[in-house]
Design a protein around this ligand. Structure first.
Ligand SMILES: *Cc1c(COP(=O)(O)O)cnc(C)c1O
Length: 590
């Protein structure tokens, strides 16, 4: 059996001059009107590609079309979630490419086409995203539905989708004539691309005859990013399933190459086994992942968000006025410490007004723009503990009274099959009904998505995050808030370990032995640090300045994509490819 450690590094180095990076992701938040994403992973993928286009990186991307969309969330008066499909019209946004490719799934031949969506960077650079689609008349009815539902169906459906994404995607790069020299697997969902590369390496010959040289040739081209320390977040399939759907020969080969773990085909192991570079998505997550997979070297590149996508209109105008170059290079945001307090407070008041108008139009509730407003919006996964704020509701109410009022805005979807997640939403809404009054107003907003995410992260005063350590790999919504001068009050996990400077960029909820201790710290910080600072506009404006200067300037994908290029894709050069066209720094360049 070949051991990863026996593989020698090779003299061949891919460079931007010789080809393209192909970025593979099961979900990508491409356009606010295309429901092709479920949450943080898809947002990160979209923000990565938007920044890659901005810096004219030589990249293309592959995903599935997800014709039925990720679901629309409805909440009834009792806080019970129901779901609806969100079908969308592909041809309204994308153009069809001519080639067709086929992959074998469960001994059937499935045909695929690709729809192209062009992401246009700030200098006019075009980065194509290809959305693979099996809805073709030559396919069976079952196969035509394989690219309909993001994270829908059972694990059989999921494995079939992963074959289409990974193996179909690689074949599509060949059919389109794209000179790919780096394949980036964004999470293990895309890991089967390595199998397609291995098969083309052997010219379609029997996988049993694969040599170490073939494997090394694949490894030279592949890089991998792992996104979660939650074990259930790593895709695993039974050997029976894998033999039946992927095929016995391929499954046996993967097994002999160390890609199985605890008797299951494990997509994280497939990706690790065939990658020359692997990373986690924040420093702590890199360490946690390294401990989970000690036989592989795992680095860390901390996530970011795409500035021009998440900076609200009033802040973008203010940045353009004071630091016009921020759009090209977000390090210029460091100079936010020179923006006058009055302008900073006015810009935030403006964003807050827009958010409260949105809340009023959705719910009929009129909130007070003068009152301290907290935001908490994210997938309703249990480890995120959306109900920690309500651990002691009477205490929360007393804090609200002492602070002259407190408003809390919630949003977030639970996966349709996640009953504990749904129970969490129900619980928050029940508590909100019970304790809301003149001093404490709590609102749970339906259908958290791109648009609502942007309004919330820019418009609240403080962004709250309460994950159970160490399960928040990174988290990115707090970074969107930081770009808008909104400080965080969060558990020291994921990106916040790197981003928290107490009293300068926000506040840490101190590590505790259990929920009780961490809720206690949350209340204590709210009472003794957040509310008193909020009561002093000068101190608050200073905090906003330093939040942007320290965190907005760093936790963005403009910095992140340069780290991927220099550390992962093309490690021999830290130099970026030159932009093809140069435009003046104007507000219109976004
Ligand atoms: C940013 C974003 C996320 C990810 O936020 P986390 O902080 O990682 O939980 C999820 N959903 C939407 C709609 C977002 O905009």
């Amino acid at each position: 059996m070949l051991k990863p450690s026996s593989i020698k590094s090779h003299s061949y180095e891919p460079t931007p001059a010789t080809g393209l990076v192909a970025y593979f992701s099961m979900e990508i938040a491409i356009n606010p009107l295309m429901p092709t994403y479920s949450g943080g992973l898809g947002m990160l993928a979209g923000d990565t590609l938007r920044s890659a286009a901005d810096v004219s990186a030589p990249m293309v991307a592959f995903t599935l079309v997800h014709r039925k969309g990720y679901f629309r969330q409805m909440l009834d008066a009792d806080g019970k979630q129901t779901e609806d499909a969100q079908p969308w019209r592909v041809e309204d946004f994308c153009t069809e490419e001519a080639p067709r490719v086929t992959v074998s799934v469960e001994n059937r031949i499935v045909s695929l086409r690709a729809w192209r969506y062009d992401v246009v960077g700030r200098s006019g650079h075009v980065l194509p995203i290809y959305l693979l689609d099996s809805d073709l008349p030559e396919n069976s009815d079952w196969d035509r539905r394989l690219t309909d539902h993001l994270y829908g169906g059972d694990s059989n459906y999921r494995l079939q989708q992963e074959i289409l994404l990974g193996m179909g995607g690689v074949r599509m790069t060949h059919a389109l004539g794209l000179p790919i020299n780096v394949y980036h697997m964004n999470e293990g969902h895309a890991a089967l691309l390595t199998l397609a590369l291995l098969e083309s390496q052997t010219g379609g010959g029997p996988l049993g005859q694969v040599t170490e040289t073939d494997i090394e040739a694949v490894r030279r081209k592949c890089v991998f990013t792992t996104h979660t320390p939650v074990p259930a977040g790593h895709d695993r399939f039974s050997m029976e399933q894998a033999r039946r759907i992927l095929g016995a020969e391929r499954t046996d080969r993967l097994q002999s190459l160390n890609c199985c773990h605890e008797g299951l085909l494990n997509m994280t192991y497939v990706a690790l086994r065939f990658s020359r570079y692997c990373n986690g998505v924040a420093l702590k997550h890199g360490e946690v992942s390294q401990a989970m997979f000690p036989e592989y070297k795992i680095d860390a590149i901390t996530n970011g968000v795409h500035g021009p996508t998440w900076v609200s209109e009033p802040f973008a105008e203010m940045f353009d006025k004071h630091m016009a170059s921020w759009r090209r290079d977000h390090l210029y945001l460091r100079n936010a410490i020179a923006i006058p307090f009055g302008e900073m407070l006015a810009a935030h008041a403006h964003s807050k007004e827009s958010l409260l108008a949105e809340v009023a139009s959705r719910t009929g509730l009129v909130l007070n723009p003068k009152v301290l407003t907290l935001g908490f919006a994210r997938r309703a996964a249990t480890y995120k503990r959306a109900d920690l704020l309500f651990h002691d509701p009477e205490r929360l109410l007393r804090i609200a009274q002492a602070a002259g009022g407190l408003q809390i805005l919630y949003a977030g979807k639970a996966h349709p099959q996640d009953e504990p997640g749904k129970a969490l939403i129900h619980n928050v809404i029940e508590k909100a009904k019970q304790f809301s009054g003149a001093d404490l107003r709590v609102v749970y907003l339906e259908n958290y998505d791109w648009h609502l995410g942007a309004a919330l992260t820019a418009g609240v005063d403080v962004w709250v995050n309460t994950p159970l350590r160490p399960y928040e790999a990174s988290g990115t919504s707090g970074m969107k808030a930081a770009l808008n001068g909104v400080p965080s009050l969060s558990i020291l996990d994921g990106w916040w370990i790197e981003g928290c400077i107490e009293g300068v960029t926000g506040w840490a909820i101190e590590d505790g032995a259990d929920d009780v201790a961490e809720a206690e710290s949350l209340y204590h910080k709210l009472e003794t640090a957040v509310a008193p600072t909020f009561a002093d506009p000068e101190q608050w404006a200073r905090l906003m300045q330093t939040t942007i200067a320290m965190n907005g300037s760093f936790f963005n994908t403009n910095r992140m994509i340069k780290q991927y290029i220099g550390n992962s894709y093309y490690p021999q050069t830290m130099n970026l490819p030159r932009p093809q066209t140069v435009v003046a720094e104007t507000a219109n360049a976004r």
